[in-house]
Design a binder for this molecule. Structure first.
Ligand code: NAD
Length: 344
C-alpha cells in the first residue's frame, strides 16, 4: 500500500459499488446516505432491479462506463458473484481504486492469491467484507473472552433455508466461510486440522450441508454446523471455557454468559469427578449498530490512514478460503486434512 492510495480524511471519500444484488444494494444504501462518502455510481449488467439507487443516472453496465463517468475515485465495494471477484479487483486496482471485497475473498485460493498480487502491484488499500466480525454480539463476546478462563471449545451453528440466488458456490464457500473466519478470529490462532462431512440433498452440483470438526494451532477444538436445509434460520456462536460459556446470537445481536456455579461441596476429593454445574446467566445490554455500517466505517478509517482500524486483511481472507478448500477435500477423502502453516 502506498501513501498516495490513502485519503487524508478532509474530503468525503469518492466510492462506488459493484453489484446491486442482495448484498450490494445494502452497501449502496449506506454509500448514498453517509456524509463521509460521495457516491459516484454502481455497476450491474442486470441493472438496478431492487431500485437501490436514488439517481438512476448513476447505474452503469460496466466498469469502463463507470470510470468514464466518474473519472478516478477512492474505493469500490465488490459485491458480485464470488467467481467474478478476481477480474473486478484486477481491473479496479489497476486504475488505483481501493477495494472492499465481499466474503469469501474469491472462489479458490489461486484466485485469492491473484487478488493479493493485483493489490500489491497497484499499491491500493484492500480488505475483505467478513461482516460477522462487526456484529455487536460477536464484538462483545470477543472482548469478554477473558472471563471464560482457558478456552475449551468454539462451536457455531449457521442453518436455514436455501437463498435461491446463490449459483456459483456451495454452502462451504458461501456460508461456512463466515464460521471458519470467526473461529480463527475468536480463538486467536490458525486452523491446524479439519475433518468434515457434506451432503447434497437439493440436486445442485455443490454441497448444501456441512459439518466440520477441527482444532486450532492453540489446541482449542472447534465445530461448525452449517446448512441450507433447515426450515428455521439460526446463527449462533458458542464459546465454552473453564469458567462458563458465552453464546452470541447474530440474528438478534444478543450475547449471554452462562456461568459455571461456584458451589462448595463437602467431599472435596470427588469434586474433580463431578464436572461443572449450572450457575447464573446474564444477557448483556449491547449497543446494536448495523454491522455493515461498522464494517464500512472501519474500511474508510483504514483508507484514511488510521492503521488501527480493524479490517479483515486479504491474507486472512486467503486463509479462510484455504480452510474452506481443506474442508471440501476432507469431505471428499473422508480423511482429516492438516493445513500447511508457513507454506500457505
Ligand atoms: N457478508 C455477507 O454476509 C454476505 C451475504 C450475502 C452475499 N455475500 C457476498 O456478496 C457477493 C454477492 O452476493 P449476493 O448475494 O449479493 O449476490 P446476488 O446474486 O444477489 O447479486 C450479485 C449482483 O452482481 C451482478 N453482477 C454479476 N456480475 C457482475 C459484474 N461483473 N459486475 C457488476 N455486477 C455484476 C448481478 O447482476 C447481481 O445483481 C458474493 O461474493 C457473496 O458471497 C456476502
Amino acid at each position: 500500500m502506498t501513501d498516495s492510495s490513502r485519503n487524508d480524511g478532509e474530503q468525503p471519500l469518492r466510492g462506488a459499488v459493484l453489484g446491486l444484488g442482495m448484498m450490494g444494494r445494502h452497501h449502496a444504501r449506506i454509500l448514498q446516505t453517509d456524509p463521509r462518502v460521495d457516491f459516484v455510481g454502481a455497476v450491474d449488467p442486470g441493472g438496478d432491479r431492487f431500485r437501490a439507487l436514488r439517481d438512476p443516472g448513476l447505474a452503469f453496465d460496466s466498469i469502463d462506463a463507470l470510470l468514464s463517468s466518474a473519472g478516478s475515485f477512492d474505493f469500490a465495494v465488490i459485491a458480485i458473484p464470488t467467481e467474478e471477484h478476481v477480474a473486478a479487483v484486477e481491473r479496479l486496482a489497476g486504475e488505483g481504486v481501493s477495494v472492499l471485497v465481499e466474503k469469501p475473498l474469491a472462489a479458490t485460493s489461486d484466485e485469492s492469491r491473484a487478488i493479493i498480487n493485483a493489490v500489491d502491484r497497484a499499491g491500493v488499500v484492500a480488505a475483505v467484507g467478513h461482516v460477522e466480525r462487526y456484529n455487536p454480539a460477536l464484538l462483545a463476546l470477543r472482548e469478554r473472552l477473558g472471563q471464560l478462563g482457558r478456552l475449551v471449545l468454539i462451536s457455531t451453528e449457521r442453518t436455514g433455508p436455501f437463498p435461491d440466488r446463490i449459483k456459483d458456490v456451495g454452502v462451504v464457500k458461501d456460508l461456512a466461510t463466515h464460521d471458519l473466519d470467526l473461529i480463527r478470529w475468536l480463538g486467536g490462532a490458525p486452523v491446524e486440522v479439519v475433518a468434515a462431512q457434506t451432503a447434497h440433498r437439493m440436486g445442485r452440483p455443490h454441497e448444501d450441508l456441512v459439518l466440520v470438526t477441527g482444532r486450532l494451532a492453540s489446541d482449542v477444538p472447534f465445530a461448525c454446523n452449517v446448512d441450507w436445509l433447515t426450515p428455521t434460520k439460526s446463527r449462533r456462536t458458542r464459546v465454552l471455557g473453564e469458567r462458563g460459556m458465552l453464546v452470541a446470537d447474530t440474528l438478534t445481536g444478543d450475547l449471554t454468559f452462562h456461568e459455571n456455579a461456584d458451589v462448595p461441596i463437602e467431599w472435596d476429593t470427588t469434586q474433580h469427578m463431578r464436572g461443572v454445574s449450572e450457575g447464573n446467566s446474564v444477557r448483556f445490554a449491547l449497543q446494536r449498530r448495523e454491522p455493515l455500517l461498522v464494517e464500512l466505517e472501519s474500511f474508510w478509517k483504514y483508507l484514511q490512514g488510521e492503521g488501527e482500524a480493524p479490517i479483515v486483511s486479504l491474507e486472512e481472507g486467503l486463509e479462510t478460503v484455504l480452510t474452506a478448500e481443506a474442508v471440501l477435500s476432507s469431505a471428499r477423502s473422508h480423511e482429516s486434512v492438516h493445513l500447511a502453516g508457513a507454506a500457505r
